[in-house]
Design a protein around this ligand. Sequence first.
Ligand code: PEP
Ligand code: MG
Length: 746
Amino acid sequence: MVKTTESESRNLLMRLREAMAGDDAGQARLDKITQLIADSMQSEVCSVYLFRDDETLELCATQGLNVESVHQTRMRIGEGLVGHVARYGKVINTPDAPNAKGFRYMPETGEERFSSFLGVPIQRLGEMLGVLVVQSKEGREFSSDAVYALEVVAMVIAEMTELGAFVGEGAALSPLHQQPVLLRGTIAQEGAVEGHVWLHEPRVVVTNPIADDPHRELERLHEAVEELRVGVDKMLEVTQTGDKEQLQVLEAYRMFANSKGWMRRMEEDIGRGLSAEAAVEKEQSQARARMGQVQDAYLRERLSDLDDLSNRLLRILTGQGSETGAELPEDPVLIARNIGPGELLEYGRNLRGIVLEEGSVGSHAAIIARALAIPLVVHTKRITTEALNGDHIMVDGEQGVVHLRPDDTVVSAFRDKIAMQAKAQERYASIRDKQALTRDGRRVHLLMNAGLMADLPSLENSGAEGVGLFRTELQFLVRNQMPKRSELVALYQRVLDAAGGKRVVFRTLDIGSDKVLPYMKPTDEPNPALGWRAIRVGLDKPGVMRMQLQALIRAANGRPLTVMFPFVAQFEEFRDAKAEVEKTLERERRLGHALPEKLEVGAMLETPSLAFAPQKFFDEVEFLSIGGNDLKQFFFAADRENERVRKRYDTLNVSYLSFIAQIVERCEKSGTPLSFCGEDAGRPIEAVCLAAMGLRVLSMRPASVGPVKSLLMRVDLNDIRKIITDARHRGEQTVRPAVMQYLREL
Ligand code: PEP
Ligand code: MG
């Protein structure tokens, strides 16, 4: 068995560092490294395979295999033993490689002469860069010490690769993070934009993976861990009375920060020659690789806690805070794993575009991006590992494609696309003051959704006839503390002033689910979308609702006022809420405040149950607005934030459209004014189908008013209604293909 002691490991790393310090070109460095490793591990062969592209590994340097095969031998990920290591991020250690499962013979390398094989992944923070292999003729198994030593070396090679040590003249590989990359995601907000990358959480850069003095490094590690522990304890003290979930995370942090196993591994890494930060990163990389394999949600969460904790530790060790000194570019495109609505609002309109590695189309962060008309692509794998601050980036929100560091041809094609978009905007501007009149002479009223002061100028620019949904919670989400009543009065007053007499439908606070106010004690719910949210909170804890109603009445100051309650699931909830309005009116009257000249009180229809409410509800409610985002999620029992299930059900599904038609019919019978204010109202094809089902008022993000109007003006709603009915009779699940066909033929 081959053994490698700590001091041998350290020795090897020192020699590697010398090799790196020389002024050799990239390839020569890599050649020298393989030679040093083979020597040190007493193996005939050492080879480095690196990714050429996402799918292909290339032999980039070797000591012991045929030199001619360098840069010639390639394999796909998953292919052969090397491909296996790369795919699963797992070590393969076998004394009899030719008979091992998955072995693939590469005649040009001459490797059939070698029996034993040890391959370890070269990876950095979840990014697989390649595979490091040692082989020897003698059929022996490598000791766990030897495996460890090779992992440490692989870690150093990964760092060097990241730092660009193997590029340049005689390049062993193309430089990382400099090549053009095309990434695909899911469209969450359309629009094509060009800008420069701004990382929400910049990566820590480790420039010194190898250290001379393990004692000093151990000291540094211990000091940093101590600082980390003190920090976590402090956070725990402050949170003790607060959010249970946050407390759980912090408890997990504390557990890891005190974890002997974690410490021991990092100490061993240092013993073998790594610097303190490289040791932290090595453990972090391995935890991330495990994260990719683990199915259990609880374990994944814990690994992600460890990841977070490692980041904190790295920041302490390197002194690199989240403030890296980088300046926000003039045209920032935000890159993040995920982002909450509050954080996004802090960036506000400064952003040109947003690309998320996770995220979801139905989330409130996505709604905010839409409200701000910022193109957004979600579910874009690898974006956080590929993009560097300041990279040139083009986001195609129409196709869900992201071009990172695009080459000249892409740039020019993309700029043409942006120009075409601008032309379309001109076309929409030309119909801005026209009514949305269909070919069969039906008038559809187009309103806009808003929630921020910044939205209001759009009322003028978009041609919207009013604000069909003002999401009041956005103002609560952007603050660190509960706004005062006087602040709300001033705010709503400005909204009404800006609307200049156009109707504004103020929806009362819709919090809960993913809209968590930072200053309100959160509740621990197994299923927040079905939980204590919106009007349920408003009725159970009426203080805030009363304050909001008072603020609205005072802001109106005698002008007409429209109030809408969110998420009403049964008649009684509406009745109770309406009673609160009456009480507030009475109180305000007694206090001598002017009462609105006209007050309309309506409800959102967001749960299927409300469509079946008693007739009395339809008679009493002054208007209804279908919140399609929630209604659709409850109709199909498919979480609006879960991309996997959300996409299964088309809005143009015949059952859903029939349900909408039933609601329209009930409202027509009882003379209840009805509108639709979910995101689907702003999608032109969906909008024309909703109009065909009988909806005459659609409320959407301002940027959609033009495209929706333009399409409505070209269609005959009778035709579309017939297409929908025919498709239903044919038993089709969705009417989309049939409607698209009709639209193409227009
Ligand atoms: C809806 O559910 O469609 C809606 C408009 O409300 P929100 O998206 O804010 O939940
Ligand atoms: Mg809703």
